[in-house]
Design a protein around this ligand. Structure first.
Ligand code: BES
Ligand code: ZN
Length: 593
């Protein structure tokens, strides 16, 4: 027996299928998917096959010929769920499992019409990363396992379905009022990249290989916001090689989506909070697009190597940004990242094992370990290698790396071996071991500076001594520059200061959620009543954890704002995504009173 992934029952000595055939029937009344998954093996197999499941009811397991296959569901383990052990008879080439999902499946959020923009139709979306695919499909839910898939998804005929796959037609469904959407994902992908969304969806073409999907009420705004996507793909291709996934489509979800974006192949999922109305938040798209190389082509072998996905992707995102704009705007992005990194290190403690790049998450839920550390410490580590060997050599190394490991899943140790082979001595020179295996930030972390950044931070740090931005500065600043300024202001201000900021910077009415939430976090921490209504609106509408965390944390600082936070959460908590609800619950447990 060889289980290498702390978050999966996947056994490397057991067979794994090359292809999955999914037949999913989406039941909005029961909040349930009735599923049939067929595992297709390249060769005849036999013996044990251990799958991951969580909350699934297994109805039957049979071979191609319809012969029942013995199965056993193990005890419920809080993080992993239940192991489903199948006994494959000799000569098995295909195997079919029929099952239903639980209404509580973490991967799935079922929205009422009221939670959508259009208010007339329900909506369903999935979010499988890190280890929630097993609540939607019984499978080997470890990124070490890659399979291609075909899916046939039956939904109410008035709605449309999209998946992390290519569209392969639709046909009338098996019962009246239903329609079946067919999808084909020919490239082998890990289970966490399987994704499905169902709703009243329309699309707009942005380029021959890219379109955006959204509810009809938001699709025009989305098409405008993301009009530049083809240019971004071209810049990314120039840096990292041809885009391998044929299409790059995007889906804008309802606001309860718990993340900013999710790199589902061929169909990036996005929060509607990126629709700022001025294209100032399209970096999220750049990030998810960059995962098409770092993450989706070369994948972390388990969540212990998550920095390989996110660290490289943040680095790639900022390289694309630099190519699209200039290095000055990349420096501003690095500063925003530094702020997130500092916050994460402070939240866990500088000596916490969760601040390592190479983690050991045995017994730890990846959702609890999530932070900016793999992103920002990871990206700084990659930049340190880049600066040490020079950009030209590093770019060649990255091309080699992606060629060598394309469509595979690798560990930190495999990366290090490859680094040593291609750029010998580099790891030693930069003390790579310290970056990977020691907590906190190493002293040789790269520094990102510019005159503009200096101006912003100096001005913000001078707030208490009366320094204020001039009208000219305010006009000149980009949205990201304003964000950096706000991030460097004191976390608690008096009423007059709050009023000055809001009236001069028009913060409460901002459409850029990064700026809006940064401001509301200061205002909440300052007990500034004029913003309470806006805070309530934001917390009632948006489920993105990146925004819920600072807002609910700041509201915890004063008795009056704590009461407000509890009142809001009591009213809207039940309709939050499972993941968002858990984050808010853990924050409110820390409120002292
Ligand atoms: N893959 C992540 C989202 C994720 C990570 C979901 C871990 C579940 C578990 C995605 O690429 C991401 O990093 N999103 C960021 C975008 C940002 C870095 C531009 C987000 O959601 O904020
Ligand atoms: Zn990412």
């Amino acid at each position: 027996m060889s289980r290498l992934d702390p978050h999966s029952y996947f056994d490397t000595e057991q067979p794994h299928p090359q292809h999955l055939l999914l037949r999913l029937s989406v039941d909005f009344d029961r909040h349930q998917i009735q599923g049939q998954v067929t595992f297709q093996f390249d060769a005849e197999t036999a013996g044990h096959l251990d799958l991951d499941t969580k909350g699934l009811t297994i109805q039957s397991v049979q071979t191609e010929a319809g012969k029942p296959v013995p199965f056993e569901l193990g005890p419920e383990e809080p993080i992993l769920g239940r192991r489903l052990r199948l006994e494959l008879p000799a000569g098995t080439r295909q195997l079919q499992v029929a099952y239903t999902t639980s209404p509580e499946a973490v991967a799935l959020q079922w929205l009422t019409p009221a939670q959508t923009e259009g208010k007339r139709h329900p909506f369903l979306f999935s979010q499988c990363q890190a280890i929630h695919a097993r609540t939607m499909i019984p499978l080997q839910d470890s990124p070490r396992v890659r399979t291609s898939y075909t899916a046939e998804v039956t939904i109410p005929a008035a709605l449309a379905a999209v998946m992390s796959a290519g569209p392969a037609g639709t046909r009338p469904g098996p019962t009246a009022g239903t329609r079946t959407f067919v999808f084909e994902m020919p490239q082998p992908i890990p289970a966490y990249l399987i994704a499905l969304a169902v709703g009243n969806l329309e699309s707009r073409d942005l380029s021959p290989r890219s379109r955006v999907w959204a509810e009809p009420e938001t699709v025009e705004a989305a098409a405008w916001e993301f009009a530049g996507v083809e240019e971004t793909i071209l810049k990314a291709e120039a840096l990292f090689g041809p885009y391998e996934w044929q299409r790059y489509d995007m889906l804008v979800l309802p606001p309860s989506f718990p993340y900013g974006g999710m790199e589902n192949p061929r169909m990036t999922f996005l929060t509607p909070t990126v629709l700022a109305g001025d294209r100032s938040l399209v970096d999220v798209v750049t990030h998810e697009l960059a995962h098409s190389w770092t993450g989706n082509l070369v994948t972390n072998a388990s969540m212990d190597h998550f920095w390989l996905n996110e660290g490289f992707t943040v680095w790639a995102e900022r390289r694309i940004l630099e190519a699209l704009h200039d290095s000055a705007s990349a420096v501003i992005s690095w500063a925003i990242g530094q702020n997130a990194l500092d916050e994460s290190i402070e939240r866990f403690g500088a000596d916490s094992p969760l601040t390592l790049l190479r983690t050991d998450l045995r017994g730890v839920d990846p959702d609890d370990a999530f932070s900016s550390i793999p992103y920002e410490k990871g990206a700084r580590f990659v930049t340190l290698i880049e600066r040490t060997v020079g950009r030209e050599r590093f770019d060649r190394f990255m091309r080699n790396y992606m060629d060598r490991f394309r469509f595979t899943s690798i560990t930190t140790e495999e990366f290090l071996d490859f680094l040593e082979q291609k750029l010998p001595g580099t790891a030693g020179r930069i003390e790579a071991d310290r970056w990977l295996h020691q907590p906190g930030m190493p002293p040789n972390a790269p520094v990102f500076r510019s005159a503009a950044l200096e101006e912003l931070t100096t001005l913000a740090r001078g707030w208490e001594s009366g320094a204020r931005p001039t009208q000219d500065q305010l006009r000149r600043w980009s949205p990201n520059e304003l964000l950096v300024y706000l991030q460097h202001l004191p976390r608690q201000l008096d009423r007059a200061s709050c009023a000055w900021l809001d009236s001069n910077l028009k913060l409460t009415s901002r459409g850029n959620y990064e700026i809006l939430v940064e401001w509301l976090t200061i205002a909440a921490g300052s007990d500034y009543e004029a913003t309470f209504e806006r805070i309530q609106q934001v917390l009632s509408r948006v489920g993105r954890m990146k925004y819920l965390r600072p807002l609910y944390t700041a509201l915890g600082k004063h008795p009056r704002t704590r009461a407000l936070a509890r009142e809001i959460f009591a009213a809207v908590g039940p309709s939050y995504h499972n993941l968002s609800r858990r984050v808010v619950e853990s924050i409110q447990e820390q409120y002292h009173d």
